[in-house]
Design a protein around this ligand. Structure first.
Ligand code: ARG
Length: 292
């Protein structure tokens, strides 16, 4: 099944209403900014307060558990400071089987993370699917499911490559709409598109091409454009909707009011140390409908 670049019809079939049950996080002991691979990391090498990062991570972990998700924590690894961003190393197939697609990271400093996360899944009875050699795809950082539907959106251009999406669509057995990302502040799809429910998503207009914007508005008829500053600094579109809650970096006033208007209960958290690395709530988790 090839991925497609233009939308022929909105994804109307609603087949999937299983609630999320599990989250994967990774221990932040070795989190740091040690290299610069996105615009947010510039000037941040050595600036992370590890104790504060640990407290922020723990508070987010506790929010996930408090809303009824089971959190599984992968060990941190010395020398892999970005391992803590578990959105990136894998993607859940979400078809009732315990299967995840393994990522192939774009940039050398992050490549060793994937084997570590693969082991974590395998030890828990999940099957890990590999993409063809030479593929580049960064998991849930660049691919998001449409809520309630077996239809996915893939951002490409900065990390994930367009050429990798056909094999990826085959692996997950679902249609994938390819969306080109054009603004380096929004280098992963989960920094500029946040589905809230079946017809509403927060998105950043500046991050997409005119065709991409139009496709998003077709798929999410109630889509709302977020002020670019709130998305670039506050990582509003890295907010996560699950189990009736919208969990997001503190201070995203516009986005939280949209979430409330959709009936979601807003949980604001502080992820300031992780913002220095270009990540927030969404990047710090990988979400499954399967129980651990
Ligand atoms: N420093 C990490 C990187 O540039 C941050 C990853 C953020 N993850 C995400 N899902 N957006 O790769």
């Amino acid at each position: 099944m090839p991925a497609f670049d233009r939308l022929s019809a909105p994804p109307l079939r609603s087949e999937l209403r299983e609630p999320d049950r599990s989250v994967l996080m990774a221990d932040p002991s070795f989190f740091d900014v040690e290299y610069v691979i996105n615009a947010h990391m510039a000037g941040q090498i050595g600036q992370v307060d590890r104790k504060r990062a640990r407290r922020q991570w723990q508070a987010l972990h506790d929010v996930f558990e408090a809303i009824g998700l089971h959190v599984s924590v992968a060990e941190g690894v010395l020398g892999l400071p970005d391992l803590v961003f578990t959105a990136n190393q894998s993607f859940p197939v979400r078809d009732g089987t315990r299967r995840v697609v393994l990522s192939q990271m774009a940039l050398p400093p992050r490549r060793a993370e994937v084997a570590h996360i693969a082991r974590h899944f395998e030890e828990r009875g999940f099957e890990c699917l590999a993409l063809p050699e030479g593929s580049v795809l960064e998991g849930m950082g660049d691919v998001l499911w449409h809520p309630g539907r077996r239809f996915a959106y893939a951002g490409w251009g900065f990390r994930t490559q367009r050429a990798s999406l056909d094999a990826f669509a085959d692996a997950i057995g679902a249609p994938v709409l390819a969306l080109k990302l054009v603004d380096e502040r929004f280098y992963h799809l989960d920094t500029c598109l946040a589905p809230l429910d079946e017809s509403c998503a927060l998105y950043v207009e500046e991050a997409f091409t005119p065709e991409g914007r139009a496709a998003i508005r077709t798929c999410f008829p109630d889509a709302v454009a977020v002020p670019v500053d709130e998305a670039a600094r506050g990582f509003a579109c890295n907010g996560v909707t699950t189990r009736g809650h919208f969990i997001v970096q503190r201070g995203c006033a516009f986005s939280t009011s949209v979430a409330r208007s959709r009936g979601l209960s807003v949980v604001e958290v502080e992820t300031g140390e992780f913002l220095k690395s270009g990540g927030s709530v969404g990047c710090l988790h990988m979400r499954l409908q399967e129980a651990w």
